[in-house]
Design a protein around this ligand. Sequence first.
Ligand code: NAP
Length: 483
Amino acid sequence: MPDLRQACATGRNTEETMPADALVLFGAMGDLAYKKIFPALYHMVRHSHLDVPVIGIARAARTDEHLKERVRDSIQQQGGDIDQEALAKLLNLLRYVGGDYEKPGTFALLKKALGSASRPAHYLAIPPSLFMSVVESLAKSNCMKNARVIIEKPFGHDLASAQQLNAALHAVLPESRIFRIDHYLGKEAVLNLLFFRFANSFLEPIWNRNYIESVQITMAEKFGIEGRGKFYDDTGAIRDVVENHMLQVVAFLAMEAPTGLHCEAIRDEQVKVFRAIPPLDPKNLVRGQFKGYKTEKGVPSDSKVETFAALRLEIQSWRWSGVPFLIRAGKCLPITTTEVLVKLRKPPLDNLAGESTNQFRFRLGPGEISISLSARVKHPGEELVSKPTQLSAVEDDTTDQVDAYERLLGDAMRGDAMLFVREDAVEAAWAIVDPILGNTTPLEEYEPGSWGPHEAVRLADDVGGWHDPEGRKKDTVAAPAAA
Ligand SMILES: NC(=O)c1ccc[n+]([C@@H]2O[C@H](COP(=O)([O-])OP(=O)(O)OC[C@H]3O[C@@H](n4cnc5c(N)ncnc54)[C@H](OP(=O)(O)O)[C@@H]3O)[C@@H](O)[C@H]2O)c1
């Protein structure tokens, strides 16, 4: 079975494909490092994918021991059996460098800690406001030679700031050494959208405006902002998940088949989708804020930031013209799930099909990952009527799945940028949402535990309303046994 990655390696020059020989983690004492990056490093060691020094940087004067303690704690928090040998190996790779990111002395210490490493990967797991100054300091201190930079989202705050950040990065690094993370691109279930579409031939004839009536993507979170009030209030739902995760899912659902197996094939198709989406009109947006948000720690009492966004976009392409794509994302909704619903057009005659239509449902997690198709079959008995049924492929056991951060970090260390957001794509995505950023539309209050403001209903009125992810079990009818 060909692996896309092996094919990608073909024809690339040596410097780009040489693995990084050190990982530098800025923000080593931060939340993301603790929750996601340390567990990813531990699994990389378990799978023999990491064997280079890992230098953690943070502001406070601490020691290697402090960092090791934090890593140990993070791995224990994951639960389950710990592979002690792998953990010991990881701890052995760790070094700590402390110092203010504004001070050149910090970068001199880093240069010293890098020792003979000549191709470091610098991972910026720090607030975006620090990206530019850290990159500039890395260049000034000679830590950028042959280096890669891995940058967390959000990449910019709007189109202008994303362009500015791209320009600052390109002043010191070529695009081939910049790895912009959107962890949705590393998720097994999201990658499966590509495989389901392009590793099967039955879908292609119907995957277009002739057969598909509408597409909906819901990213619902039952929880609120979990004490991250300051971060969230600077961001909001559109910047936090729509501009990046949701648009990446749109791209995978809507793109043309990647031509050829070169590294840019997928990224070329992603950007074509973004360019075919006109900038959003505020009239196709509904913003909401859950009741009680303004009293959260770190949130101003007059905050106008949305914790819910519903929007409708179009893709002006031969394949998708006239097919609405609806996106809904929010906090404090009834459940936590990310789902895609692709609704097919009704058959021409009602007498056999009844009211319902065929729908593909992709459940992208968390937890259950599944693909299902609602279809109609004959209701058993004398009557000549149909009934709904559901054909499902469910991946119940997700324990063997590679976590998105493990996959992406491994890719970046190897220099494989296929699943990272390219400069043109990040700017094209911002161009789509730029007109709806800020207070362009009224902010509707909604009850925690509801599906957001009622106003959002109008966006989906002509496609049969928003689908109900909670209802997915209710309409599941076992597929009839084969005759
Ligand atoms: N947390 C998540 O779940 C998550 C998810 C996706 C993306 N991200 C992105 O990942 C990055 C890191 O997120 P995070 O949640 O880990 O952030 P964080 O905990 O707020 O900050 C990470 C570290 O940055 C340092 N820092 C914060 N403010 C600073 C300042 N003004 N000057 C210098 N250093 C400062 C702190 O280092 P010291 O410990 O040295 O003080 C802190 O530990 C951000 O870009 C975020 O948007 C986070």
